[in-house]
Write a protein that binds this ligand. Sequence first.
Ligand code: FE
Length: 380
Amino acid sequence: MRQKAVFKMTMLAIAVMMVLAGCGSNNGAGNGANSGGNGASNNQAGASNGTDVSGGEKEASKGEGVVNVFTARHYDIDFQLFDEFEKKTGIQVNEIKGTAEELVERMKREGESSEADLFITVDGGVLNYAKESGVLQPIESETVNDIVAPELRDADNHWVAMASRARIIAYAKDRVTPDQLSTYEDLADPKWKGKVLIRSSSNLYNQSLVASMIELNGEEAAAKWTEGIVANMARDPEGGDRDQAKAVVAGIGDVAVMNTYYVGQLLHSKDAEEVKVGESIGIFFPNQDTTGTHLNISGIGLAKHAKNKENAIRLIEYMVSKEAQEMLINGSFEFPVNKDAELPAIHKEWGEFKSQQIDYSVLGKNNKAATELMNKAGWK
Ligand code: FE
């Protein structure tokens, strides 16, 4: 049993590394995003900040005026938010970057001497992996509980979502009409043969989608679905989500499975070709009459041995505040977890949709089975 558990964690760790490798280019994310293993904290003592606590404490990573964030999300907008938080509170945010696996391993290894106060990552399954690794503790905050709905928080409040994203179907507006689309399941129907674009099975977004289908439809149905998708692929999987949209517009396939925020990024790209791609695809939220569109989250966990616990909770409270959420979603084009946040125009255009109602821990729990099904189906 023990061996099995270790194997499962290893599989998840590999998946985590893969998705983060694939995610590094989001939003022009910071350089050296995966170089978190050297233990150096990214001390921002030089940042313009007139409101810091008294001088000498700034350099100390364990001083009263700091919070140490272990983050596997390397989006520029996150770091802009940390800067805003610094300006507002005088609490210095130290960013320690790495893959989720590296960071969780380090927190485990360093135990009580860990300098981590917060852990940030994409994917609900990965958040749950951190919880089960024993590196988190409950976030006690009425503010957070009031803002973030219970389904977007861990049952024991070890982590809280800071944003969400939907995995949707993008379609060629000139060749497909929305009434031809319905569900993820339908994309496995032979009528889509040679028309489906989707990235590889090593991608955590797809693994989590299949993991959710195992939960909702059962393993047998999920296996059939992966086989049908492979049979309908327009080409062998290549590239990221944006590349699937580009291939739709290039006429390689008619429909692509991708995350919503990439559509926002295409439409706001500095590259005119990307903007054109964003404008040429239609967006369809699948499974509205059945199980709902697959949603995944990014979230923040409170480190078990946080030395700056109060500051850490203040940063969590800031990250889910209306102001920070509005900045976040206008930078990343994810969905907010704060209902009061004013939505960007594109979100308003998409409108409301029904989302999957599953426990996010299921994504981690079913990850190994999902990966196995995809491999067995020959999903490259
Ligand atoms: Fe991504």
